[in-house]
Design a protein around this ligand. Sequence first.
Ligand code: HEM
Length: 510
Amino acid sequence: MALWAALLCALVASLLSGLYLLGVFRSQRPNEPPLDKGIIPWLGYVLDFRKNSSEFLKKMQRKHGDIFTVLIGGYYFTFVMDPFCFGAIMKESRSKLDFRSFASKLVLQVFGYKPIKASQSTMHALSMKHLTGDGLNLLTKATMGNLQKLMFSKPSSREEERPWQEDSLFHYCYNIVFRAGYLALYGTESHRGVDNEEEANERDLIHSNQLFNEFRKYDRLFPCLAYSMLPPKDKLEAERLKRFFWSTLSVRRSCQKDNVSGWISDQDQFLAENGVPEYMRDRFRFMLLWASQGNTGPTAFWLLLYLMKHPDAMRAVKEEVEKVLRENGHEVKAGSPPTDITRDMLNQTPLLDSALEETLRLVAAPLLVRAVLQDMSLEMSNGTEYVLCKGDRVALFPHLSVQMDPEIHPEPHRFKYDRFVNPDGTKKDFYKDGKRLKYFNMPWGAGISICPGRFFATTEIKLFVFLMLAHYDLELVNGEEEIPAIDISRWGFGTMQPVRDVHFRYRRRF
Ligand code: HEM
């Protein structure tokens, strides 16, 4: 009898602890944000969130206000929608709000890379060294050269020989920007061992195209992979692709390349010096490929598409491009070779800058997450103070809470190319509730995890669009075509992608 009673007690205890772990007993305590666990234990709202994160958060905001805690796949996420609190969250010390613990799990799952502790400040310093200042000058030159090779492989021809070429705009932009950036960062075919420079260039073009095609396959699987929701067949394909990238980008193969950027080689050297084995460094390179190439091409696509759909914007940006070319002695004439655009020239384009920022406002939608390491309080702009609980996660989704807020950006769904610039070329300020906002557009994230490649990304996109507008006439095959909807399965992963491609045509202007 006593044995049965003991067994029963053990069963009840394990049941209760199971239910506890599933979050069944958690309720909102005083000063905590509204808590909404959904109806499915442990999973909570994971299905609604996965289906359409933005719609789900909109619904929750309507129900609970500007701060709420929801259960998603076993984790409690406190979403903060009040942009005046963003500074406090982004600047909070790492002993209270930590970016790494969340990012490390994701990075291991999707790239097979296990980050080492205490590497972050050095990695950050290396990114600053190679992705800004003189390092950025070098990368800009390399990218410029690659874009010229990729976009102007055929020489400029006579008027009657300037046929229109048709292509799919998303594929065209993503392909060229990916390959130009990849070759600038990961290096080019060594001239040693091939007959001449042309052959080495040709090999680069072929290899980078193959790499792009495989990257797109991985890109399509990425959202389901990150949510661990891949069906078995796709899981196998994701594994194959991972191995392909680990091997293609490997340290061993990289040794045979020329012009590998300092951003790649110095970070690798640092990892090697800190005892990271070679196979793990291969995986690190794959992660960097994803971070550096997954968003720039799609952003370039949206920018060109918005310009083509808004003739006033296209006219204004094109005039600006031509003015910069003229004033810098680079006027494009019949037979002129592709222009060498410098960083200095890229600094003279306030309208293009604004059009790019407007594009990012519309299509960049990262989810910014921090783990709460100790209980802490957060004051909202209305003065209410909330307790954030140790063990939970704090999340921002600025696309909804600032980028699409009609009070901050009137007519938020419209593309207004000059939204971010004053008539005198200076940058505009933005307000909410009559107060000036610091965080009014957050495509790059903020704080400790802000994108270290943002200046290089901007440079790449501007170089590409600058060259397209300077050297090509371009138009949509169907001028009436609607801008495609965005693929809502990708909310939270950076720049959104369209649900379908759009046909366009282009031809050399001279
Ligand atoms: C339009 C293009 C790009 C967009 C919209 C973008 C956006 C972002 C965002 C939002 C994050 C922060 C994620 C977070 O806080 O969780 C991030 C991180 C990162 N980005 Fe970018 N990025 C772009 C291009 C680039 C480029 C060109 C590079 C490198 C050359 C790069 C390198 C990185 C790296 C290494 C991180 C991780 C930083 C860390 O873990 O601390 N990105 N990016």
